[in-house]
Design a protein around this ligand. Structure first.
Ligand code: PEP
Ligand code: MG
Length: 762
């Protein structure tokens, strides 16, 4: 073959070889004959053009094994007889890890698997490339030679491109026969382990958040026209990124900007553009070229162990997806309002606002490749009652839109294309959960009183108007935390007074007699407002956020307070202040609230009957100023999500560290106990509204610490109430007090044992 070795930044494909293969492949597809015949012709063609003694195609079977489907050069008796177990031999490795294998001395490689029936021991060098489509391996294309040689980058490029075309033909059913790769690939079940980031189990169909465009036409008849398409799409892509970067709001928005800058750099990478053009000149359509080059880049980056390269791969993937959407002439994004009735949203990453764009009445589940249980997208998923699994690595590349999928947020698993047995088992689980839900509903009007007569107030967390019906459904005693920033995060522009007022009025009206605690804007950390200029911060969670913003730039806060006050005319208003770190801040913030209160009375507006101002206890420093803090507040609510992340110095949005500590361990429980004690001393009500309040075992411990009021996601009210009804609070208090004296006590197992021995339903 005519071969040209590329420079070290790109591999220039051997044009003639690739073009010959493309042309001949097109002819083979047009000829009559069955799929097997076509496969036979394909291997003969490749062996000829690549000057290889052997060319073989192995296809994956349902059990993951590989079967030799066609060969030129090996013994024909081996066809349909030679099978490789999953991961066996070099060919198995190629399929298992989706990597190209280029070995000059294959038979001496430790993974080499000798098959006498093929007669392959006389071949030394081997080049195996995965036959894959949309990230799913369907089989392996192999060439072998007698001589000891390493195949050139050009050879690799030609083989990879050919494998891509073969994959397309396999899926379309044009090659091989019935019962082969097509059915196999479409019916492959898989399980992806992740982390449950909300509650529940959902069965449904995949909706890709930003779906990959499936390339249907791979070979072009008019390379010049395709080249023009690639060039135009590239210009459009660059212009769209420039536009985004120049956009005033985004221009200042920290991480967005970095990401876009990186995109812009990659989009302007001449090597990328050149590789795309070369692929088109080799006979591919523009879309196929994008996919081809994307696969090549992935394969190269896959070999790098440095995580920076994996990040770059993600950027390149996103960029390729964008280019593909431009070529396809559509945004490629599903109309969020027009979902199938059992939609399971699958995304690499998803913002809170993006999630809320989807029609929640049809959304059953969510799977993301990042996300931890305390991230805001998880909190919103919980509020919407959607089963969600995070950390499902690689899921986007392994599913097609419309695939059957099961999201198990309880076990932290995602089942792709599940077997009928799996569907039946999960349907049973769903039915069982629904039955239990009915039992919880029956408890709706039952008060949460422990066996020894302690009444526990159970409040609900909310953040949107759509959450409000849960108040009646769950039987919660009121709203213990209304996260006002969600409305701000959803809006394209800053919500002005009137819009805020409308929302808060509606919340208050829906709550009826039940109290509502409004939390003042908590912006910063993972809560970003795209329209608000914020300087880039190294550590936004401990940066200029929440009360710090309110005190430095009071205009936003005062407008919000005005809306709270007017929405609460004639009733009691509770305002909760997030991220307080010094007692004196409460004096300053109360002065701002009082000023608005006075102003409204002066202007003749009907005022609330009482305004209570409370602090969220989220910053550990506050624990050591309780004497100063208590007289300045009407109530305290522990934001345990933040308190724990700061107490343990473990980023709540980073799953790798978020699970390193246990909320039921000595440090946080001792801290909370001191807080409850101080609350009693100063007669200041103390409650807790972080995620731990919604977990029955944790809630049991909180009651043991003396909490008599907690706030949680509405779905947790039933399970927590069930626990309370079976608990003896005094006994728990005594048990926990003893354990807390012992610094080495493993609290979680001890508490679980207590629950078991005392028949507490946790
Ligand atoms: C918390 O930190 O526990 C809390 C309730 O607030 P958020 O989760 O909104 O930060
Ligand atoms: Mg918080």
């Amino acid at each position: 073959m005519q071969s040209r070795r590329g420079d070290d930044t790109s591999y220039l494909p051997s044009e003639p070889a690739l073009r010959v293969i493309m042309r001949r492949l097109r002819e083979i597809m047009a000829e009559s004959g069955d799929g097997q015949l076509r496969l036979n012709k394909i291997v003969r063609l490749i062996a000829g053009v690549m000057v290889a003694e052997v060319c073989s195609i192995y296809l994956k079977r349902q059990d993951g094994s590989l079967e030799l489907f066609a060969t030129e050069g090996l013994k024909q008796e081996a066809v349909h007889n030679t099978r490789m177990k999953r991961g066996e031999g070099l060919v198995g490795r190629c399929a298992e890890f989706n990597v190209t294998i280029n070995e000059s001395e294959a038979s001496s490689h430790p993974s080499f698997s000798y098959r006498p029936e093929t007669g392959e021991e006389i071949f030394h060098s081997l080049l195996a490339v995965p036959v894959q489509r949309s990230g799913q391996v369907l089989g392996v294309l192999v060439i072998q030679n007698r001589t000891v040689k390493e195949y050139s980058d050009d050879d690799v490029e030609v083989m990879q491109t050919t494998a891509m075309v073969v994959a397309e033909q396999l899926v379309s059913g044009a090659v091989a026969g019935a019962g082969t790769a097509l059915e196999v690939s479409k019916s492959l079940s898989a399980v992806i382990e992740g982390e449950g980031i909300s509650e529940g189990i959902a069965l449904g169909r995949v909706v890709l958040h930003e779906p990959r465009i499936v390339v249907t036409q791979l070979m072009s008849d008019d390379p010049a026209a395709e080249l023009a398409r690639i060039d135009t799409a590239m210009s459009e892509l660059r212009a769209s990124l420039d536009d985004m970067l120049d956009h005033e709001h985004l221009a200042a928005a920290g991480e967005h900007r970095d990401v876009l800058e990186a995109y812009r750099m990659f989009a302007n990478d001449k090597g990328w553009h050149r590789r795309l053009r070369e692929a088109v000149e080799g006979g591919l359509t523009a879309e196929a070229a994008v996919e081809r080059v994307q696969n090549g880049t992935r394969a190269r980056m896959h070999r790098q162990s440095d995580p920076i390269w994996r990040e770059r791969q993600r950027d390149m993937d996103d960029l390729s997806d964008r280019l593909m959407r431009i070529l396809a002439g559509r945004s490629g994004i599903v109309d969020p309002a027009n979902l199938p009735p059992d939609a399971i949203l699958v995304a690499r990453t998803l913002g809170t606002a993006e999630l809320l764009d989807y029609d929640r009445s049809k959304l059953r589940g969510l799977v993301v490749e990042d996300g931890s249980s305390q991230s805001h997208v998880a909190i919103v998923a919980k509020a919407l009652g959607i089963a969600a699994v995070g950390q499902a690595l690689g899921v986007v590349d392994r599913v097609n839109a419309g695939d059957a999928i099961i999201v198990d947020a309880v076990g932290g698993e995602v089942h792709l294309r599940p077997s009928p047995e799996m569907v039946a088992a999960y349907s049973d689980k769903v039915r069982f959960r629904a039955k239990r839900q009915k039992q919880y509903e029956a408890l709706r009007d039952v008060q949460a009183v422990t066996r020894d007569g302690e009444r526990i107030a159970l409040f609900m967390n909310a953040g949107l108007l759509v959450d409000m019906p849960h108040l009646a459904e769950s039987g919660a005693d009121g709203i213990g935390l209304f996260r006002t920033e969600l409305q701000f995060m959803l809006s394209q522009t800053l919500p002005r007074l009137e819009r805020q007022l409308q929302t808060y009025r509606a919340v208050v009206a829906e709550a009826g007699d039940k109290p509502v605690v409004f939390r003042a804007l908590d912006i910063g950390g993972d809560k970003v407002l795209p329209y608000l200029r914020q300087a880039k911060e190294e550590n936004p969670a401990i940066g200029w956020r929440a009360i710090r913003m309110s005190l430095d730039r009071p205009a936003l806060f005062r407008t919000q307070v005005r809306a709270f006050l007017r929405a609460s005319a004639g009733r009691e208003l509770s305002i909760m202040i997030p991220m307080v770190s010094q007692a004196a801040e409460m004096t300053a913030i109360r002065a701002l609230i009082d000023k608005e209160h006075e102003l409204m009375k002066k202007r003749g507006f009907e005022a609330p009957t009482r305004v209570k101002v409370g602090a969220m206890l989220e910053v550990p420093a506050l624990l050591f100023q309780l004497d100063a803090l208590m007289p300045k507040v009407d109530f305290i609510s522990v934001g345990s999500n933040d308190l724990l992340q700061f107490l343990f110095a473990a980023d709540r949005t980073n799953a790798q560290v978020a699970s390193r500590y246990d909320s039921l361990s000595i440090a946080p429980l001792r801290a909370l106990k001191e807080l409850v004690k101080a609350g009693k001393k100063y007669k200041v009500p103390v409650t807790l509204c972080g995620e731990m309040a919604g977990r029955p075992l944790e809630a049991m411990a909180l009651i043991g610490l003396g909490f008599r009021s907690i706030s949680m996601a509405p779905a947790s009210i039933g399970p927590v109430k069930t626990m309370i009804l079976s608990l003896d609070a005094k006994k728990m208090e005594k048990f926990l007090a003893e354990r807390l004296k012992n610094p080495d006590c493993e609290l979680r197992p001890a508490l679980a044992r207590f629950a078991e021995e005392n028949e507490v339903e946790v």
